[in-house]
Design a protein around this ligand. Structure first.
Ligand SMILES: C[S@@+](CC[C@H](N)C(=O)[O-])C[C@H]1O[C@@H](n2cnc3c(N)ncnc32)[C@H](O)[C@@H]1O
Length: 385
């Protein structure tokens, strides 16, 4: 694998995290689940990929998300957000808000629509990202900053709209190995040189129960997410009225555990290089897995939420009027042509089936919303879950 060489500071950072992971493995008797490894690699205070200082987002970072690709994403999503706020409460909560680009785009678009929320709360654990989000909002929407506040835990109760873009894919997953002899959990141990190595243990408890319910033909290796459904169940307790808008890459269960996907969906990103080796420079590398949307909807519905729609991102954005939003930003002839081309090319990335339009899905789970949602008026694929 040939990847860009990190700076000496970045390498020292990764080594400190490796030492912490090694200590954790030794303390736990020589083995930890991959979910625990991923949790520490991404979120160990001060050292994890998201809680440390890595650049992460944008062209100088490791990956690019929809709000970073184009402001059209937030401007178009605002149409759906406004509808849910009108039917519930004028309040938005965004967990894991990245650079703050989506917050700025949504707030400015909602202002233009006359649908500003009273409050826009960001649930962000990383101090560095909070500072970046504040700087983005100060630069782009300083007059709206008084409506924005930051949380470090979920509120006890909430009404309004929760917007989670690429949050579920960043939650820890367990690795499961189905073989003829049974179902094993693949975890992490240390070899004779104290390097990380894979080790399978018999799966137990909730993981075993979840693995038994997945129809795969052994041998098969994949992920089972317990954290993402647990987070949805938590939201089912918190959400009084309104909706969770979940945008992420993933599939319904049947497709997720397709016979051809027998090595799972785990992916790592380092400076725009994708690879499949999570032991490579933990703390500097993003680790993600695709989302099993069937598991997400089951968790939500069993906990009392209603499925309000599920569609590909392209279809959802077109339903919300992406083309009209783009037309609205068409410059007068001869002016700002380059800006328009950039917007049009961003729109293409967001909706094209060969880019983000099909792989990325939008799922909305809600409570107390009676009217059909604009984002799903055509092409709702709830029946595929
Ligand atoms: C891939 S980034 C996406 C960031 C941003 N939403 C965007 O689209 O650019 C994933 C984010 O989800 C956050 N995250 C993961 N689990 C979370 C949780 N339980 N609560 C809040 N944020 C979480 C991570 O800290 C990280 O900032």
């Amino acid at each position: 694998m040939s990847l860009p060489i990190p700076s000496p500071e970045a390498l020292a950072h990764s080594e400190a995290l490796c030492a912490l992971l090694g200590d954790e493995i030794r303390t736990q008797g020589g083995w930890i689940s991959f979910a625990r490894f991923m949790e520490l690699a991404l979120y160990a205070p001060g050292l994890g990929y998201y809680s440390g200082g890595a650049q992460k987002f944008g062209s100088a970072g490791d990956f690019v998300t929809a709000p970073e690709i184009s402001p059209l994403f937030g401007r178009t999503l605002a149409v759906q957000v406004a509808q849910v706020m009108a039917a519930s409460a004028p309040d938005i909560l965004e967990p894991g808000a990245g650079t703050g680009a989506l917050a700025a785009d949504l707030l400015l678009a909602l202002e233009a629509m006359g649908s500003l929320p009273e409050r826009y709360r960001i649930l962000e654990l990383s101090g560095e990202l909070r500072a970046r989000q504040r700087a983005t909002l100060e630069a782009r929407a300083p007059h709206l900053l008084p409506r924005v506040s930051w949380l470090d835990r979920l509120p006890e109760a909430f009404s309004g709209v929760v917007v989670a873009n690429e949050v579920l894919d960043a939650m820890p997953v367990h690795l499961v190995h189905w073989v003829d002899g049974g179902i094993f959990e693949r975890g992490v141990a240390l070899d004779a040189d104290a390097a990380f190595t894979w080790q399978d243990h018999p799966a137990t408890g909730a993981l075993l129960a979840a693995a038994q319910s997945v129809p795969v033909a052994a041998p098969y290796l994949s992920e089972i997410a317990l954290a993402a459904p647990a987070w949805i169940r938590e939201w089912a307790q918190i959400l009084q009225s309104g909706a969770l808008i979940l945008v992420d890459y993933g599939f319904p269960q049947r497709e997720f555990y397709h016979p051809q996907r027998n090595q799972g969906t785990l992916m790592c990103h380092y400076r725009h290089h994708a690879h499949g080796e999570p032991f490579h420079r933990p703390g500097l590398t993003d680790i993600t897995a695709h989302v099993d949307f069937t598991a997400v909807v089951e968790a939500g519905v069993n906990a009392g939420l209603e499925l309000l729609g599920y569609a590909g991102q392209g279809q959802f954005l077109l339903n919300c009027g992406l083309t009209q939003v783009l037309e609205h930003h068409t410059p007068a002839e001869g002016t700002a042509g380059a800006d328009y081309l950039r917007l049009a090319s961003g729109a293409q990335k967001l909706i094209s089936p060969s880019e983000m339009g099909e792989l990325f899905k939008v799922m909305v789970l809600g409570r107390g919303i009676e009217e059909p949602l604009v984002g799903f008026i055509r092409g709702d694929r709830s029946h595929t879950l």
